[in-house]
Design a protein around this ligand. Structure first.
Ligand SMILES: [Fe+2]
Ligand SMILES: [Fe+2]
Length: 279
């Protein structure tokens, strides 16, 4: 089976609420106009969609941060671009929130996230139900929600203990099928002291790290760091962090062969494919 993995498109839009002037969104918007818009090219997300449509895989997974400040307008724009992937009859689209998708504790933003989560996951899943296990082809995906609003100086996510324990239950009952964790933040990333304000926190992190290290989680797919990186063994097991699709143009193509029991990983650079000119 084939899995396509990308992350962090960070679709941006002007704030669509007066309330945005009084919370973290004003900083996020300023960050976009002063810095992020020079780094991210939103047309790359359309190109990624077109690339995936040329040869649809069994699963497309997006590891979060589809928005910059979690506003309803940003979610609407992101969903409009991703919509063709949701129509594919033989492709399962899976999405988990990033820290930017759960940017502030605003009711309209929280509702937009929940609504978008349901739409992106085929209206079969509800965000409060996470973690859930979703079988696709020969693999099972464990979706975890690590997004939660933080103060303006942090870009962290949280692994709750009860969530990690549920993932551990999935890992104990694999029935011979590989278990792929889909979260936003990496488990295998050694940050500098300053970089720790971007790390996954919470008591569940250690549980998840141990499951991955022991091979009980076969593969961790994530994003957040905006650089494409792999930390896998010879069977392709370990962790793959996707770069920001609108910044690096990288899409990971992961082929799982049950016969060989390996994950074969390649990376396509959307900037080099020549697709997307019509979108
Ligand atoms: Fe991000
Ligand atoms: Fe992130």
């Amino acid at each position: 089976m084939r899995i396509i993995h990308f992350s962090d498109p960070h679709v941006s839009a002007f704030p669509d609420s007066f309330r945005a002037l009084f919370d973290k969104r004003i900083l996020g918007t300023a960050n976009y106009f002063l810095r992020r818009r020079f780094l991210h090219d939103e047309t790359m997300l359309s190109k990624a969609v077109e690339f995936i449509l040329t040869d649809p895989p069994d699963a497309v997974v997006c590891a979060g941060d589809i928005t910059s400040t979690g506003s309803p307008r940003e979610f609407r724009t992101a969903l409009k671009i991703l919509a063709p992937l949701l129509e594919l009859p033989a492709t399962k689209f899976l999405y988990v929130p990033g820290n930017h998708d759960a940017y502030v504790a605003d009711k309209r933003c929280a509702a937009a996230l929940e609504e978008s989560f349901a739409k992106l996951n085929g209206n079969g899943l509800a965000l409060p139900d996470l973690p859930v296990k979703v079988p696709v082809g020969e693999c099972d995906f464990a979706l975890i929600n690590e997004g939660c609003p933080t103060n303006p100086f942090l870009s962290t996510g949280v692994a709750r203990k009860e969530d990690a324990e549920k993932i551990a239950e999935f890992a104990e009952n694999k029935n011979g099928r590989p278990l792929i964790l889909l979260g936003h933040l990496p488990l295998r990333y050694k940050s500098s002291l300053w970089g720790k304000r971007h790390d996954l926190r919470g008591p569940g992190r250690e549980i998840l790290e141990q499951l991955l290290d022991k091979g009980k989680i076969d593969l961790s797919l994530c994003g957040h760091k905006h650089i494409n990186r792999r930390n896998v063994d010879e069977s392709g097991r370990g962790e793959i962090g996707a770069g920001a699709i609108t910044r690096t143009g990288d899409i990971n193509i992961i082929d799982y062969s049950p016969d060989k029991d390996i994950f074969d990983i390649t990376t396509a650079d959307i900037r080099m494919t020549g697709v997307g000119s019509a979108l």
